[in-house]
Each structure stands twice: as C-alpha cells, then as structure tokens.
Design a protein around this ligand. Structure first.
Ligand code: FES
Length: 75
C-alpha cells in the first residue's frame, strides 16, 4: 500500500514499499532515501523531489482534505 501525505506547507510525502517515480518518458528517478518527498511548492532545485526550499520561501498552502458532502452530519 502506498500512502501520500500532504504535509502542511510542505511536500507530498510518499510512503510505501513499492514506489517508483518516473518522468514523462517512463524513466525512473533514482530513489536516494525513503520516504519520498515530492516538491509541491515549485521551488526545489532537485525536482521532482523536495529539497527543503519550501521553508526558505515561506510556501503556504491552504488546501486540506474536506469531507465529501455525504459525510456531513444532517442538520
Ligand atoms: S515542497 Fe519542499 S522544496 Fe518544494
């Protein structure tokens, strides 16, 4: 199972035993360390991986998971 966790104001953290990251040609990126952190801010110099630049540039993301409308309590 693969889990992608959206870090608050940070990268996508990808956790799993069998994860590969490929480019648009299907070529695999070498995975240096686990878990994988994929850049979400656009500022990384090692895209598609996070290099910590999000902290230096003050990246702030507002999105968060919200329950689907079916999950809302009845009023
Ligand atoms: S999210 Fe970390 S450098 Fe972009």
């Amino acid at each position: 199972m693969v889990t992608i966790k959206v870090r608050q104001n940070g990268p996508y953290r990808v956790e799993g035993d069998d994860v590969t990251v490929v480019d648009w040609n299907g070529v695999e990126y070498p995975i240096i360390k686990q878990p994988i952190a994929l850049c979400r801010c656009g500022g990384s110099t090692t895209k598609p991986f996070c290099d910590g630049t999000h902290s230096k540039i003050g990246f702030a993301a507002a999105e968060a998971a919200v329950p689907a409308s079916d999950d809302k309590p009845a009023t």
